[in-house]
Structures are given as C-alpha cells and as structure tokens.
Design a protein around this ligand. Structure first.
Ligand SMILES: *[C@@H]1O[C@H](CO)[C@@H](O)[C@H](O)[C@H]1NC(C)=O
Ligand SMILES: *[C@@H]1O[C@H](CO)[C@@H](O)[C@H](O)[C@H]1NC(C)=O
Length: 385
C-alpha cells in the first residue's frame, strides 16, 4: 500500500482545522461581497433549497414517530454540543454532528444571515429564502432507511418542494413570476450514502446485494436519481449542485463492521461508491447537454475527502469522538464525548465532525483542485446568468 502514502478516506470528509481555517477564510471573503445584494435579481443567489440525507438534515426528522434514539434522529445529546455558545445547556437541533453541517456553511458563504430553515418549520414568507428538506437515513430508493423509521426519501422531498412552490402563489403571483424567481436559486442535493450503508451493505435486511452487482446497483441508482433531478428541473430549478458520495468505506462504522484485511478502509464499499460517483458525473454532463439552460454541477466529495494522514499529524482518523455502541452508527444517548473535538475526523460512527463538513462545503464553494467540482464550483454556479 505504498507505506508512506497511506490514504485515508472518510464519510463525506474530514480535515485538520489549520487547513480549513485558510480555506474558509477564502470562501468567507468571497461571500461578504454578496452581502446586501441578495434579491437584486441579477444572478446573485437569494434563495437556497436543500435536498439530502443526514449530511444536510437540520431537524426534519425530529417529529418522526419513532422516538428511539439513534434511529435517524439526532435531536438528543451529545449531538449539537458545539452548535451554540453554551455547551452545558443546549437544545440539540437534529443536526448529525457536533455543530454545523454542509448547507449551514454554504448558506454562510452565500451571505445569508442565518441557516436555511428545515421544511418542518417553514412558514409564510420565509419560504422565499428557501427550505431544507433533507432527512437523515433517506436515500434515492424509497425502501432505503426504512428500518430507521419514517425518513423522507428524495421523492418525498420533491413532493415537499412542490408544496412549497404552491405556497409561493400567494406571495409572488403568477407561475411565470415564480419560475423567474426559482431559476436564480441555488439547489444542493446530497443523497446516495444510505443506499449503500443502509441498504446494499446491510444484507441481513436488504436483498439488493444479491439482486444487483455493484455496477448494476450504481447504474440503477444513477437512473433513478436522474428522474428525480429532471423533476427538480421541471419544478424550475436551474442551478443545481449534486454532491457525490464520500469515502464511507473509511468510517469507523465500516472499519468496525466489515472485513478490511491490511487496509485502513473497506475497499469493497469504496469501490462500489466510485461506480456510483462516476455515473453521477456523466449524468451531470448529460443533463447539461439535454435540458435547456440547465446548470448542474458535480461535487466530488470522495476526492475532497481523501486525506493523507502524514500531512494530518495527530488527527484521529480511526475512532469517533462520541461514544458509539457495538454495531451502531450514531452516538449513544447522553454518552461521553472527546474534549479535543477539533482533533477528531469523525463525530460518530459515520458522520464527520463540523471540521469535516466545513472542508467539504468550502471546497464545493471554492474548489482548490481540478475535479473537485465539475464543471464548476458553487461560487461560479451562483454567478452564472
Ligand atoms: C404539485 O402541486 C400541485 C398543487 O399545487 C398539484 O396540482 C400537482 O399535481 C403537484 N405535482 C406533482 C408532480 O405532485
Ligand atoms: C426508483 O426506484 C423505485 C423503487 O425503489 C421504483 O419504484 C421507481 O420506479 C424507480 N424509478 C426509476 C426512475 O427508476
């Protein structure tokens, strides 16, 4: 394994704080340029709609009937311990990390004063700013995550978006006004991880791994997602960033529960993910070529989340920060947490700490390497006319 360059990948990314600070400062200075110009209708983004899974969810699952902790809900301690200033008397929001997630950072880079509210709580005029439909445990396939409770698949999230749009009639008037509004908004989609970790690689519960080869499964997911993305386009979306799946074969959960003889990551999982990601990149090209004025872009989270531990010094790559029970993905309720959270790549068994989310968001917004965002990063995307 080329000893000195032992590459470690992880779910959706991770990083050393020192590096991130540089990256984020860059992104933040760009975003401050937009401040105050939102809503001018000159190609600057004043609305942002979020679709996805637990990487993006900010509380949509909090009302789920299933109240068991760890079943696709994160509105229990220690989740959110660093979200507000007080770490002793805080109320967890439902974010699947210690503080902010990817859409929180993107909203900040775009110059929004606050995060985009969860669909569950949106009302009246706030919908003009956008909504977050993401649901932890959700996937592209409807059955994905069903063991976790009533999660909202991507299809359900689009239905919720249709409802939001219907509410815009009283605020904006005609359909043509609404469409003119919606085409300037930013849309991000982060989905697919659960179709692997909570479906294909859960053979005791799901049959997919006996029915599909990894390539056939990736193709089926790509095809299915393609239909949903066309629907999103038909609802008026034009500027859409699609996030690929991160290297979930390197999460503490995967390392704990799957064979990975001699390697730091579970190769079988990462290879399957790569097939999905490469199909997704082709899909983006296809949509841009075939849908008039579509501006889709692919964010290569797998590439962004590739970390060389030698450059990352004492960063803890192989253990979660919070206490995670045997075979579990999420933090044990009210369990212990590490003190030096900035030194940990992983918050729980599968989700990065805020530091990791910040890295992905920063690179998605201002790409540093070729291929991290294809054909363009989000900062470029929101400025296109
Ligand atoms: C979207 O909502 C409208 C009601 O505002 C409804 O007539 C239409 O059928 C919905 N479309 C889909 C695809 O569900
Ligand atoms: C997506 O998958 C679901 C089953 O999970 C299926 O019912 C649906 O027809 C698929 N859609 C496409 C476009 O393949």
């Amino acid at each position: 394994m080329k000893g000195e360059l032992l590459k470690v990948y992880y779910y959706c990314a991770v990083v050393v704080v020192v590096i991130i600070n540089g990256v984020v400062d860059g992104a933040a200075s760009t975003s401050s340029k937009h401040k105050g110009k939102g809503g001018s209708g000159r190609g600057i983004c004043s609305c942002y709609f979020v679709f996805g899974d637990s990487q993006a969810d900010n509380g949509n699952n909090n009302d789920m009937l299933e109240r068991e902790y760890g079943r696709a809900r994160a509105d229990y301690k220690p989740y959110g311990i660093d979200f507000s200033s007080s770490s002793s008397s805080y109320i967890p929001t439902g974010r699947f990390t210690n503080a902010r997630n990817v859409p929180d950072f993107i909203a900040k880079f775009l110059g929004f004063d606050d995060y985009i509210p969860p669909f569950r709580t949106t009302k009246s005029r706030t919908i003009l700013k956008g909504a977050n439909y993401a649901s932890g445990g959700a996937g592209i396939l409807r059955e994905t995550g069903r063991t976790l409770g009533q999660v909202s698949s991507i299809k359900k999230q689009l239905e919720n978006h249709n409802y939001t749009i219907s509410q815009m009639h009283t605020l904006l008037g005609s359909s043509s006004k609404i469409n003119r509004y919606l085409k300037e908004c930013l849309y991000t989609v982060q989905i697919g991880s659960n179709d692997y970790l909570n479906n294909y690689f859960m053979p005791k519960i799901y049959m997919t791994s006996t029915q599909y080869s990894p390539q056939a499964f990736a193709t089926a997911l790509n095809k299915n997602l393609s239909q949903h993305l066309k629907n999103l386009y038909n609802y008026g979306a034009r500027k859409v960033a699609i996030f690929g799946v991160g290297s979930i074969g390197c999460t503490p959960y995967a390392r704990e529960n799957f064979e990975h003889t001699g390697l730091p990551c579970v190769d079988e999982i990462n290879s399957a993910i790569q097939l999905f990601n490469s199909g997704l990149k082709s899909l983006v090209q296809h949509l841009n070529a075939n849908l008039p004025s579509a501006k889709f872009t692919f964010i290569d989270v797998f590439q962004i989340s590739t970390v060389d531990p030698l450059n990352y010094g004492k960063m803890v790559l192989d253990a979660p920060c919070c206490e995670v029970g045997a075979g579990a993905m999420q933090c044990s309720p009210f369990g212990k947490v590490c003190k030096n959270r900035g030194d940990y790549m992983f918050w729980d068994g599968v989700h990065p700490t805020e530091s990791g989310f910040k890295l992905v968001a920063s690179r998605a917004f201002n790409a540093k390497q070729p291929g991290e965002a294809y054909p363009f990063d989000i900062n470029h995307l929101v400025h296109l006319s």
